[in-house]
Design a protein around this ligand. Structure first.
Ligand code: MG
Length: 252
């Protein structure tokens, strides 16, 4: 592997676990930053970019807000591109402000935005969303993750609800976070580097590694976070490299 000029790094499961830094990740990131361009690419949908930035800097990660790219930002640009104004956001209250330029319409939206709302999903809400999509609303999913890890246990992620709505309505969701191609393209644009000069480091074999590889970025898998050997073997995806943790990453 040639020395990369840019590194895309997933936050949850690579730099942080349950909000705390993973051993060695702060020094590693701060050192790497002196030698190449970095961007943090996250599917976290419960925090704004400035809240993520504050959390990272309070631990000692030397990052700037512009280094962080998240799925809500990508959803905003997708809505603009599609010319959709009236939205029904199913997202954590803390990120509602990211969508303040759009009109909230819970009855006849042009788009439904699916993010994380914890354990408040229920049949009535899903049925409302189903009806709105059947009546023409576009499904925009901040991501379509299958599972994540919290306090040592894998937990169901929102992909289940996105896939369920797609199945029931026969319409495909526009996924704005990882592993969508446009999300990785936006990161490359922000780095101002071609895909072949960039590597992606993540703990999710599909969202991070496969998503990156599909646009020509090398995908490196860490064995921290949600890493699970069985899932990796069953995925038929071959990372360019598997490393014990972000701390074991080397530029050479
Ligand atoms: Mg992760």
């Amino acid at each position: 592997m040639n020395r990369p000029k840019g590194i895309l790094i997933d936050i949850d499961g690579v730099l942080l676990q349950d909000g705390s830094p993973i051993h060695g990740s702060i020094n590693k990131l701060n050192t790497l930053k002196e030698h190449c361009k970095i961007r943090l690419l996250t599917n976290t949908t419960t925090q704004t970019v400035s809240a993520i930035h504050l959390q990272l800097t309070s631990h000692g990660f030397l990052v700037e807000e512009k280094d962080i790219i998240n799925a809500p930002l990508a959803a905003v640009s997708a809505l603009k591109q599609l010319g959709l104004h009236r939205i029904h956001p199913i997202v954590d209250k803390r990120i509602l402000s990211d969508f303040s330029e759009f009109e909230q319409d819970v009855h006849t939206p042009e788009a439904i935005i699916i993010g994380d709302i914890g354990d408040t999903w229920d049949y009535a809400l899903l049925n409302t969303l189903f009806t709105q999509v059947m009546e023409g609303a576009t499904i925009i999913a901040l991501h379509k993750g299958k599972y994540w890890k919290k306090e040592g246990k894998l937990q169901l992620d929102i992909g289940l609800f996105v896939a369920g709505l797609e199945y029931a309505t026969g319409k495909e969701a526009l996924v704005t976070g990882k592993p969508s191609g446009p999300f990785f393209d936006a990161a490359l644009q922000s780095l101002d580097l071609p895909a072949e000069e960039v590597v992606m480091i993540g703990d999710d074999i599909e969202n991070d590694v496969e998503g990156a590889q599909k646009v020509g970025i090398k995908g490196i898998l860490v064995q921290t976070g949600k890493y699970n050997q069985d899932f990796v073997e069953r995925s038929n995806i071959t990372p360019h490299k598997i490393i014990k943790s972000f701390n074991n990453f080397s530029l050479f």
